[in-house]
Design a protein around this ligand. Sequence first.
Ligand code: EPS
Length: 373
Amino acid sequence: MKLITAGESHGKTLTAIIEGLPSHLKIDIEEINYYLALRQSGYGRGSRQKIESDRVEILSGVRGGQTLGSPLCICIKNKDYENWQEVMSPESCDFTKRTLTNVRPGHADLTGMIKYNQTDARNILERASARETAVRVAAGSVARQYLRALGIEISGYVKGVCGVIDPHIYPFERLLEAKKEPLFMLDKDIQNRAISLLDELKKEGDTAGGIIEIRVRGLKSGFGSCMQYSTKLDGILCGALMSIQAIKGVEVGLGFEVANLRGSKVQDEIFYDGKFYRNTNNAGGIEGGMSNGEEVVLRAAMKPIPTLMKGLRTVDYNTKEAVKSASERSDVAAVCAAEIIAESVVCFALADVVSQRLGGDYMEEVLNRYAQL
Ligand code: EPS
């Protein structure tokens, strides 16, 4: 299963092509829109989200609610384009307006300008922007529907915001409740502390990141492979998470903690009672680059949003003068959005791994093959 995305943040539309879906997969468009709305929600989002109300349009690959086996072309319109047409139109536009040269530390601005030989960071930031993730959520939501048909579910929650961490471990069933919470957190006291912190940061013109946990339930053992480095499931899923804007760290299972513990406290011992099982899941459901049948547990660390209302010290790209970095509007935090995006990219990457092993041109064939494992 392959995905390619296109689109600028203030351009006409975001578009994606998904290739490799079998035929006869029922597509629930309202569910895609549900995840798009969730991606726009969450405490700490900025005023851009009041302009956009993302909805997917399927342009090809689906007929009467079912996939045809042909490539799906999907798009999400940028409502803000109406306000940006003068500077973003592909036909003709005014290059002197809404230029950005006070390059923002931590954004793609400076490195992108040098790499692509630009004098206006707009030509970089429009594509680097996390707006692109809207269409990845739509594609991930299609992949989620494919996985769900096999009984594989993906969920997650926010585990921490700017150092306010929830140390609890929750059963999979509880994770869905997080979506009803303003910060997708499951402990209300901890969430209230995080909200107060975001309020303070907003007043100070500062921003925050956080930690997201993603879990996969129902994945049978043997997906991914120990035979070639590029086919290892942990490498593939962590790579997908790292591809999200602002993600700077990823862990599987115990994650970085494995380095601090002795072997007998880290390895999950194996037992047999009619079937093999383990009493612990420190490996996070992946051993030797293959799913082992336990829940897959992934965590991602998001850095704070690089556009700070109070600005940061930087240099004007063209004049080389010391200036404050650019800021018109910004999210204080987008950790909830990142949680939905993380679920979505895991869905897509996993659907690709699953479909590589199972093959199948139509859903019934796929389902039969999974049932036989
Ligand atoms: C983003 C900057 C902000 C965010 C945007 C990502 O947009 P604007 O520059 O229009 O205020 O709101 O995210 C989205 C639009 C979105 O839908 O997630 C950036 O620089 O990455």
